[in-house]
Design a protein around this ligand. Structure first.
Ligand code: ISE
Length: 338
């Protein structure tokens, strides 16, 4: 590729923002990080110094900077929608961490703004779509593989919930990954959701639930089940098992290396998603940068995908509150996402 490197501005320099910024500066080809911003100015300043970038005092300044061609948003979940709206006004392409928004109205405002522009500017950071495990799993489905998917079982466990535990946030921050990846695996929308909240683990604050079980149905009748456990204590784990008409495919801990040491043999379990999905994050960034340099369509999840996942998460919150199964309705998919 001969195009000049993409100069990226990064908003949010917590764990994931720092990991993305370092990868863009050091591992991804064809990119450099020129500007960073964080509400914690000291943290942003330290990262900027490390990467040879400069830090600025507001997210708007990142979009306005003459030395950014594109922007990566890795701020807290509830800041995404406002920042995306500002970013869409600036016209610069954006890679935004999931979720698109934490509620349906905010997600719709971003969808409307991009549709009004008439072209896709935003890629959403549902990085599992770039994970070799999920890609292989998807390739197993269908007539040349295990046949028609009938049931998708998902496990999603974090070690601890560092910022406190709110069950509704488990749905918008955590389960939103399965909402996206099951739409992607099946190639169809989700049409109903039921959230089951049973016996809580001993670490769960009063009035909240952890783990929870989410049961969904797709437009074609496939059942999708998600066990989400925010404070599993033993490590970070994501697994997916698909039961299909002619077989099953399992993606889970089979990819880890078995280690023998100190008279025991076992597999190392990562503490955080950064260990499990390193490769997916790197591929996602590289594909984004390559698309920007070549002018091709943005790869990965779109604002439509983010909107659909947020609507399903909102209905899941309704189900959690009411204890009932809730139907999900989406408007027609706008032309720019076809
Ligand atoms: C976190 O915010 C992420 O996005 C991780 O990918 C996910 O696995 C984790 O559960 C979330 O809390």
């Amino acid at each position: 590729m001969t195009a000049a490197p993409v100069r990226v501005g990064v908003i949010g320099t917590g764990n994931i923002g720092t990991a993305h910024a370092r990868a863009l500066a050091r591992t991804v080809s064809g990119a450099q990080v020129t500007v960073v911003h964080d509400f914690d100015g000291e943290r942003a300043g330290a990262l900027a110094a490390d990467l040879g970038a400069r830090s600025v005092e507001s997210a708007d300044a990142v979009f306005d900077a003459a030395d950014t061609d594109a922007v990566l948003i890795a701020s807290p979940d509830d800041a995404h929608a406002q920042q995306l709206l500002a970013g869409l006004r600036s016209g610069k392409p954006i890679l935004c961490e999931k979720p698109l928004a934490v509620d349906e109205a905010a997600a719709l405002s971003v969808l409307d703004a991009e549709v009004a522009l008439g072209r896709r500017r935003v890629q959403l950071g549902f990085m599992r779509r770039f994970d070799p495990g999920y890609l292989q799993l998807k390739a197993e489905l269908g007539e040349h593989g295990i046949g028609d998917p009938l049931i998708v079982h998902n496990i999603h466990r974090n070690t601890v919930a560092p910022y406190g535990l709110r069950t509704e946030e488990t749905l918008t921050n955590m389960v939103v990954h399965e909402l996206d990846i099951s739409r992607w695996l099946l190639g169809e929308e989700l049409v109903s959701v039921l959230v089951l909240a049973g016996k809580p683990s001993p670490h769960t604050p009063a009035g909240e639930h952890d783990p929870i079980l989410v049961v969904l149905e797709s437009a074609g009748g496939v059942l999708v089940e998600v066990e989400a456990f925010r404070q599993g204590q033993y490590g970070y784990e994501v697994a997916c098992r698909v039961t299909a008409s002619h077989g099953q495919a399992v993606m889970g801990d089979g990819s880890w290396v078995t280690r023998s040491k100190d008279f025991s043999r076992g597999v190392a379990i990562p503490e955080l998603w950064l260990g499990r999905f390193d490769d997916a994050y790197r591929r996602q960034l590289q594909c984004w940068v390559d698309a920007l340099r070549s002018g091709s369509t943005l790869p990965g999840a779109s604002v439509w995908d983010g909107y659909a996942a947020t609507v399903v998460a909102s209905r899941a919150i309704d189900s959690y509150r009411s204890g009932r199964r809730v139907d999900i309705e989406l408007p027609a998919r706008p032309e720019i996402y076809s």
